[in-house]
Design a protein around this ligand. Structure first.
Ligand code: SF4
Length: 230
């Protein structure tokens, strides 16, 4: 069993060595290094990273966080990924149902205190769900927002003491679109209905043409990230 110090050193070295590597080579390194202690996380906006990972690691664990507030299309995308791809979908849920949370904190906590709501429904379940892994992969891309501009392809997740792999960190939206088209990768239908970035339904609105892709997330609240990547 590797210690946190071992993992941090591995992450820092790989981050330097793999900066110019392809997404497939980055994922191959992660799969060979961590084997079953590696997983992919997916918001089910699209299945690009899950698809890339399944090609080098058939049956790879794909972790999906079901907050209880998702659009039906997001749950449908999760179900379709589970049905057609060679991956093992694992659905994490918060400790409380939405009804239980409403009873304790009052209804619509997402409107009054979205940071608390994300902490309860996203950050805590992911922390618990990643316990059995040494490394996790995300679909973060540098061009998505200023807060993601410095995303390493392999880095150290200090909060969870895990290796964090972002194989498509250098990809542009055009790269994503080209990969989806070439491989017929499953995508969330909302992407084609005015939602270029998809989170929980109460906290995601359509964006206007030309608007920033993430402008519809927690619009008007000043919040830009859920806490999973900060
Ligand atoms: Fe709650 Fe909104 Fe965060 Fe989802 S995105 S967990 S509904 S605050």
């Amino acid at each position: 069993m590797r210690t946190a110090t071992d993992l941090r050193e591995l992450a820092e070295e790989a981050g330097r060595e793999l900066e110019d590597a392809s997404a497939t080579d980055i994922l191959r390194w992660a799969a060979e290094t961590f084997e079953k202690r590696f997983c992919v996380t997916s918001s089910m906006e699209d299945a690009v990273v899950a698809h890339l990972a399944s090609r080098v690691f058939p049956g790879v664990d794909v972790v999906f966080l079901d907050t209880g507030y998702h659009f039906p299309e997001t749950i449908g995308t999760r179900d379709a990924v589970e049905a057609v791809m060679d991956v093992n979908v694992i659905t994490l849920t918060p400790r409380q149902t939405v009804a239980e949370q409403d009873a304790q904190y009052g209804p619509k906590l997402h409107d009054r205190d979205p940071d608390r709501c994300c902490a309860l429904r996203k950050v805590a379940p992911l922390r618990e769900g990643l316990t059995g892994y040494d490394a996790w992969a995300t679909g973060l891309r540098r061009e998505e927002s200023p807060t993601r501009a410095g995303t390493p392809v392999v880095g150290w997740d200090e909060k969870r003491e895990k290796v964090k792999v972002s194989p498509i960190a250098r990809w542009t939206q055009e790269d994503v679109d080209a990969y989806v088209a070439e491989h017929g990768v499953l995508t969330n239908p909302l992407l084609w209905d005015g939602y270029p970035s998809i989170g929980c339904a109460p906290c995601t609105r359509r964006v206007a043409p030309g608007e920033d892709a993430r402008a519809g997330r927690w619009a008007g609240s000043g919040k830009t990230e859920c806490g999973l990547h900060g």
